[in-house]
Unconditional design. Structure first.
Length: 307
């Protein structure tokens, strides 16, 4: 089990902005947010602030004892109509490009079915023999009985550490099929730029490709009941060889691999080939070329007499 990195995949106290992104889609989205949206917001806010300050100073009552009666200005009205349209078009172009990348996934190397429950997660690996793991939040040491497992720093931050992690291979395309057994949940991992609803009776789909091994945390992001805040998600990204070993430890198999053969229950049987009588040789042909006489089966005379 890997130890989480305090700079990746976890909330950092006092930090600003988005978590470090470890997927290509996440890096593209973070760049769009930080370099385009925030810059545009700052420019528009500064322009409005300057315009308000100029208006308050230029058209103050002491400087304009007789207020202007102007009610229309064609040039200004054209400008304040076209400029917002151009701003929205400038936002729409990279937004549509990002959405196209996000919702045009490459072929999946691994499929995992994510099932939300009140209030825990179930993960199934249909490509690896269909085994299933159940994930619950790890409680603090003072909240469990003596001898029960409790959260440590190696497991992750409080209220985000889970007793079972999703394990995925690094550098592989992983498709998540998300649904729910009861109410609406949401499967969200901020470092992957992933958030999708888990609806009962419906299958939603998202995907990730993470090149950096590590542990990344998320949680249910849809109000789902009294213990909504106790549904953490822990994802461990490991090298492919380590992933194959983990699958084997869970009783699963890798695609294309044959399951281990079950022990032959007859191997230790006292009956062996040596104990099996050889087939009787064909009986000699009776003189004259006729078929051999059929010998009557031997009987246990004593047993017959007793019966």
């Amino acid at each position: 089990m890997s130890t989480p990195n305090p700079e990746y995949g976890v909330p950092v106290p006092g930090s600003l902005g988005i978590q470090h992104q470890v997927t290509e889609i996440g890096r593209e989205a973070a760049s769009f947010h930080n370099n385009i949206l925030l810059t545009l917001c700052a420019v528009i806010s500064l322009f409005v602030l300057v315009l308000l300050a100029y208006t308050m100073f230029r058209f103050r009552r002491s400087a304009n004892p007789t207020p202007s009666r102007t009610s229309h200005n064609t040039l200004i009205e054209v400008i304040w109509t076209l400029v917002p349209v151009l701003v929205l078009v400038g936002i729409a172009i990279p937004s549509i490009q990002l959405l196209r990348h996000q919702y045009s996934p490459p072929p999946a190397d691994l499929t995992i079915k994510v099932i939300g429950n009140q209030w825990y997660w179930t993960y199934q690996y249909p490509d690896n023999g269909g085994f299933e793991i159940v994930s619950n939040m790890l409680k603090e040491k003072g909240d469990v009985k003596a001898g029960d497992r409790f959260r440590t720093d190696a497991d992750g931050p409080p209220m985000l550490a889970a007793d079972e992690r999703i394990v995925i291979p690094a550098g592989k395309v992983v498709k998540f099929i998300v649904t729910s057994n009861d109410v609406i949940h949401a499967f969200a991992v901020p470092a992957f730029w992933t958030k999708i609803d888990a609806n009962p009776g419906r299958l939603n789909e998202t995907w990730v490709k993470v090149d950096r091994p590590g542990v990344y945390f998320g949680q249910c992001s849809e109000l789902c009941g009294a213990r909504h805040g106790y549904m953490p998600i822990a994802v461990e990204v490991v090298p492919p060889a380590k992933f194959a070993a983990w699958v084997a430890s869970k009783g699963g198999t890798m695609p294309g691999a044959k399951p281990a053969a079950a022990p032959d229950s007859t191997g230790s049987s006292p009956v062996s080939e040596a104990a099996v009588p050889a087939a009787a040789a064909p009986a000699a042909t009776a003189p004259g070329g006729t078929e051999p006489a059929v010998q009557p089966p031997a009987t246990n005379q004593a047993a017959t007499a007793q019966n």
